[in-house]
Design a protein around this ligand. Sequence first.
Ligand code: NAG
Ligand code: NAG
Ligand code: NAG
Ligand code: NAG
Ligand code: NAG
Ligand code: NAG
Length: 311
Amino acid sequence: MSSNTKNLHFWWRVISSVLLLLPSFALNSDGILLLSFKYSILSDPLSVLESWNYNDATPCAWTGVTCTEIGNPGTPDMFRVTSLVLPNSQLLGSIVADLGMIQHLHHLDLSNNFFNGSLPSTIFTASEIEVLSLSNNVISGELPAELIGGLRSLQLLNLSDNALAGKVPPNLPALQNLTVVSLRSNYFSGSVPSGFSSVEVLDLSSNLLNGSLPLGFGGDSLRYLNLSYNKVSGRIPEEFAKRIPENATIDLSFNNLTGPIPESLPLLKQKNEFFEGNADLCGKLFEEPLLDSFHVVRSTQLAPFNSSPAI
Ligand SMILES: *[C@@H]1O[C@H](CO)[C@@H](O)[C@H](O)[C@H]1NC(C)=O
Ligand SMILES: *[C@@H]1O[C@H](CO)[C@@H](O)[C@H](O)[C@H]1NC(C)=O
Ligand SMILES: *[C@@H]1O[C@H](CO)[C@@H](O)[C@H](O)[C@H]1NC(C)=O
Ligand SMILES: *[C@@H]1O[C@H](CO)[C@@H](O)[C@H](O)[C@H]1NC(C)=O
Ligand SMILES: *[C@@H]1O[C@H](CO)[C@@H](O)[C@H](O)[C@H]1NC(C)=O
Ligand SMILES: *[C@@H]1O[C@H](CO)[C@@H](O)[C@H](O)[C@H]1NC(C)=O
């Protein structure tokens, strides 16, 4: 951060604290929080924030901002910011705490920019956020398990292609409305989380997850699970296989799985390539399968599906 920008940001914080205490002042409170974000940006080569001006009464016409009529009619807070969407904008800066303080923010998409630093704790307490998309930035740090439960309304979480580390919060699956999660291409370590019940799409590929596959992975709604390019080891448990819905796509390639692939229908339906790159995995339709399981598998596949004991 140049010292100029730092100074500007410092003075803006002082001024905005004062402005927040004066409800009669022109720009409404959501606008002031957004301007604080604007002044924290180090570089905006495409001038996407040019329309963000402190003379406006509301930020509702600013590029990337959407408002909804929520507050008391006739007050400056009648129109509240519900969405900030600025993907592919070459913005360089950090995700400042003020963004998480926009009370009715439902949709935050800053994907494909150059945001760095860690996520402020206010983001996790923004209880109305439904879509949080910060994919393809340079965000580091961890996802705090003790705060993640605050994202009660979250439906889509896309943090792929960043530099996040630490464990995938074990209570992430408990978020009831969460259906799409991508943490692809980060540095998450520890074991594969389990207990997802509402999630439909879960991409944890290209991380450093280790340990064995969980037994109670769960998920009647699961359609897509990608665990490829991790360090998951051990056998594929029967219990894990049984709880995968029949139509789901399951990519387990490039891990360190061993032993026979359980002969349950959902796994038999996967492409061979979704098991490749696991040195000691055998069974199914591999070129050089363990012969016994090969024959068992073939006969199971020829049997009518409704006679299969797998599900
Ligand atoms: C973010 O990037 C800017 C510009 O490269 C750099 O000055 C700043 O130190 C970085 N911040 C963090 C937290 O890495
Ligand atoms: C996450 O965001 C990236 C970049 O916008 C996009 O390509 C990808 O499809 C998204 N993933 C999901 C699961 O929505
Ligand atoms: C979860 O989704 C349901 C159905 O769309 C909705 O009624 C409910 O308010 C949501 N819960 C939260 C905490 O947003
Ligand atoms: C799973 O993720 C890997 C790496 O991110 C990707 O190359 C692969 O195509 C994905 N598999 C499926 C079935 O989408
Ligand atoms: C699975 O796919 C088949 C064929 O595409 C479809 O008819 C069936 O409804 C699907 N089942 C579920 C549980 O989604
Ligand atoms: C795979 O697992 C085996 C046995 O647990 C271990 O010796 C080996 O180092 C692992 N390989 C990788 C690449 O993690």
